[in-house]
Design a protein around this ligand. Structure first.
Ligand SMILES: Nc1nc2c(c(=O)[nH]1)N[C@H]1C(S)=C(S)[C@@H](COP(=O)(O)OP(=O)(O)OC[C@H]3O[C@@H](n4cnc5c(=O)[nH]c(N)nc54)[C@H](O)[C@@H]3O)O[C@H]1N2
Ligand SMILES: Nc1nc2c(c(=O)[nH]1)N[C@H]1C(S)=C(S)[C@@H](COP(=O)(O)OP(=O)(O)OC[C@H]3O[C@@H](n4cnc5c(=O)[nH]c(N)nc54)[C@H](O)[C@@H]3O)O[C@H]1N2
Ligand code: SF4
Ligand SMILES: [Mo]
Length: 706
């Protein structure tokens, strides 16, 4: 491997910060600044800076493990491990049908892996039962964006537009912890005279930088957005001409909003009428403004309607599909955007096509060389799939997720996973879920393999290989290739990522997320390409097998400037009304629990809990609570507190702060064991997106002796 720096990208979040990697003389790899990449201009958070620690053989898997008849995991050869998986999957299929074999993927997988995994499920296993952890992430925003605009791309504009708009409402997003290098954009916004409004039940480090912080009760963002829209109408701030020219459905949406009087909204949300008025003034006065949502409003059993209500606010005020204005979702995982476009989702085919659309099935089946009628239909969503393990779904292949820690109602999910006939997990480390598997396969990771990711802006990026993987480790693509061959499919699962990408281009051609004009060569030359990027005038049409460069289309940094992606080109209002959370506080469970993240840990912590510096900064779980609640409980700072919900009980030390509402406690979800936040969370699902209600459930607190 070269000793000159390799420009590449971080393994973790959707910002996909650029970084340089250089093999270190004493082994391993060193991170250095890559100032030329525009999204982060060299800045990295502690996770990105320390990411190479997870490449070390000391913390990772370097050999396959197979469960012995005695029940222990024992080292095995690749041949033994792959043979065992193929045999078990074939057996379950023969005994119980193709849908008894499930597949679970991840939004951290590269586009190539996500594409190959979806194809593997449909073509090799013939199962409809595939979904992925992105369902737990941005699925509500995706559903609402698709409804309103006809297409879902996290941000319809590059981040560089943020500092130049007039006002940003950041709803349930805490970039100070979750995307620190992106804070710069909000700082510059304010330096340029724009204003920042943060909506969060906690006064987070992000909220501290806001001009206005609204702290609603968890689970009431829908009412809040409707209250703001009510005031927009009442104060005559609607952009009538825009509504007439560029939207449809306003009358119904307006009528629904008018039923949400400010005083009524104040009662539901706890946000005062003067604060509502101030937010409307700040949002409506400038020429341009944006609403950005993240997991706060989205991870609710009404997440789709909630995001729809915020989009309605943008549409009524003419703030979508115009320069420096719009609605955007801050996608989360490294390939959270691309991972939702290429077919690992239960209802989806590559290019963001619908699995139940006959034309889409024909197109993709032709690229795959199969009969369209042979493709299964849509399957279950992530939680529903996990809930069906051990009953309808008897074997599972899992790649890129750790649901024992990250799924809602995790004790139940863990019990379902344990009841499987057979579990195979591909991971870089022995995650809590991998530890339950019958076969564990050790795979390569970011710096050891090349692949593409699509960041939160819809910017497709080339993540380059910079070091050799340890011996004994294979890539996810090699795993799928080996399994396909053993299951009788010799062709169609190449191990070279570029070859997979070339096929993905053809499969995506003509779809909403069209990558057909993007090539590795093009990506290697610049700062990435924004989709859609159709292949203009090149031979890259379905079935052509064309390789190489595709000049022409420049990509699409900004969407919707001329028209929305709906059939009539108009954005669609959705008529929505407030409804309570699936579980409201009562006498037995009087407090609200919400959950989220801290800066030094990533997701289920499988990777970051193996990094010393990060553990020192964030050593374990905690329960954030207001002094008034703590006093009632008789708990002092650091005392263990039990949090009990209808799903179970978790214990973690108290962290007492006035920065949280007195009716709410907060737990980060990065840890397994006694302090696992997801032991408590409610798997109530959004009817459209099938998103679980991670952000609100009812709990009670108990003091713990000792
Ligand atoms: N350090 C770190 N960074 C990460 C990740 C990580 O695990 N660790 N994960 C990445 C991924 S996959 C994702 S999805 C993103 C998530 O990024 P964010 O969405 O920023 O992260 P969260 O902490 O889940 O939630 C954001 C905020 O929502 C607030 N909130 C809770 N309930 C409500 C509510 O009902 N309404 C509103 N308005 N707000 C509420 C919480 O107090 C929290 O401050 O982060 C990415 N970046
Ligand atoms: N209570 C609560 N729960 C939540 C959330 C919340 O806010 N609150 N947020 C939800 C959200 S937004 C998300 S995105 C999920 C995330 O939760 P998970 O899906 O559990 O995400 P990770 O911890 O990133 O798990 C990824 C796993 O894949 C492994 N891995 C990394 N790279 C690769 C690779 O290239 N190939 C393979 N095969 N494996 C790899 C990692 O080591 C790790 O074990 O959690 C959800 N759970
Ligand atoms: S902000 Fe996200 S992409 Fe950037 S260094 Fe941190 S984890 Fe990596
Ligand atoms: Mo996420």
């Amino acid at each position: 491997m070269p000793s000159t720096p390799t420009p590449t990208h971080c393994p973790y979040c959707a910002l996909q910060c650029g970084m340089n990697l250089t093999p270190a003389p004493q082994g391993g790899v060193e991170v250095s600044e890559r100032a030329d990449f525009p999204v982060n201009r060299g800045a990295l958070c502690a996770k990105g800076r320390t990411a190479p620690a997870v490449l070390s053989e000391r913390v990772r898997l370097t050999s396959p493990w197979v469960r012995s008849p005695a029940g222990t995991l024992e080292p095995a050869t690749w041949e033994e491990a792959l043979d065992r998986i193929a045999r078990e999957l074939a057996r379950v299929r023969a005994e119980a049908g193709a849908d008894a074999v499930g597949v679970f993927g991840g939004g951290g997988l590269t586009n190539e892996k996500a594409y190959a995994l979806g194809k593997f499920a449909r073509v090799v296993l013939g199962t409809s039962q595939i979904d992925y952890n992105g369902r737990f992430c941005m699925s509500s925003a995706a559903a609402a964006g698709t409804k309103a605009f006809g297409v879902d791309r996290g941000l319809p504009f590059p981040l560089e537009d943020v500092p130049r708009t007039g006002c940003v409402i950041l709803v349930g997003s805490n970039p100070a912890e979750t995307m620190p290098p992106a804070l710069r954009y909000f700082r510059e916004l304010r330096e340029n005279g724009g204003t920042l409004i943060v909506v969060d039940p906690r006064r987070t480090k992000t909220a501290e930088q806001a001009d206005l912080h609204l702290a609603p009760r968890p689970g009431t963002d829908l009412a809040l957005a409707l209250g703001l829209l009510h005031l927009v109408v009442a104060e005559g701030r609607t952009d009538e001409e825009y509504v007439r020219e560029r939207t449809s459905g306003w009358e119904e949406a307006r009528a629904a909003a008018m039923a949400h009087w400010p005083e009524y909204v104040e009662r539901i949300t706890g946000v005062s009428v003067p604060e509502l008025r101030e937010a409307v003034r700040l949002f409506c006065e400038p020429e341009a403004a944006m609403v950005l949502t993240a997991r706060g409003p989205e991870q609710q059993s009404k997440g789709t309607d909630t995001v729809g209500a915020w989009i309605n606010l943008c549409l009524a005020t003419g703030r979508a599909g115009r320069a420096l204005s719009g609605y955007g979702c801050l996608t989360g995982q490294g390939n959270g955007q691309g991972g939702r476009e290429h077919g690992q989702k239960a209802d989806q085919l590559p290019g963001y096509r619908k699995l139940d659309d006959p034309a889409a099935r024909r197109h993709v089946a032709e690229v795959w060389g199969v009969d369209p009628d042979a493709l299964p239909g849509p399957g279950r969503s992530a939680y529903e799939l996990l809930d069906a393990l051990g009953t309808d779904v008897r074997a599972l292949l899992l790649m890129g997720s750790n649901p024992v820690v990250s799924a809602p109602r995790a004790a139940h999910v863990e019990e379902r996973i344990r009841s499987l006939d057979f579990l195979a997990v591909c991971d870089v480390v022995l995650s809590e879920t991998a530890a339950l598997a019958d076969v564990v396969l050790p795979v390569t990771q970011w710096a050891e393999e090349t692949g593409t990711t699509t960041n939160l802006e819809g910017r497709v990026l080339l993540r380059r290989r910079a070091v050799s993987p340890p011996e004994g480790v294979r890539s996810d693509l090699e795993v799928l290739h080996g399994l396909a061959a053993r299951l009788g499919v010799e062709k169609g699962f190449p191990t070279d990522p570029e070859e997979v990408f070339e096929e993905l281009r053809r499969a995506s051609a003509g779809g909403a997320a069209d990558y057909s004009g993007i090539s590795y060569r093009r990506l290697a030359e610049g700062d990435g390409v924004f989709w859609p990027c159709p292949a203009e005038g090149t031979a890259v049409a379905a079935g052509s097998g064309a390789q190489g460069d595709a000049p022409g289309h420049p990509g699409t940094p900004r969407l919707f400037l001329d028209r929305f992606a709906t059939p009539d080109g108009r954005a669609r209002f959705v008529p929505v009304a407030h409804r309570p959370a699936a579980e409201e506080p009562d006498e037995e469970f009087p407090v609200l629990l919400t959950t989220g993240r801290v800066v030094a840990q990533y997701q289920s912590g499988a990777q970051t809990r193996r990094v010393g510096e990060l553990n020192a900064a964030a050593p374990g779980p905690f329960v954030e609570l207001h002094p008034r609640l703590a006093a009632r409980l008789g708990a002092a700072e650091g005392d263990p507190v039990a949090v009990v919900s209808r799903r179970g009980r978790a214990v973690a030390p108290a962290r007492i702060t006035t920065a949280i509402r007195p009716d709410t406690v907060f737990m980060p979800f990065h840890w397994p064991g006694e302090g696992r936040a997801n032991t408590l969370t409610n798997p109530a699902l959004d009817p459209t997106s099938r998103m679980p209600e991670f952000k609100v459930c009812a709990v009670r607190l108990e003091a713990v002796e000792g």
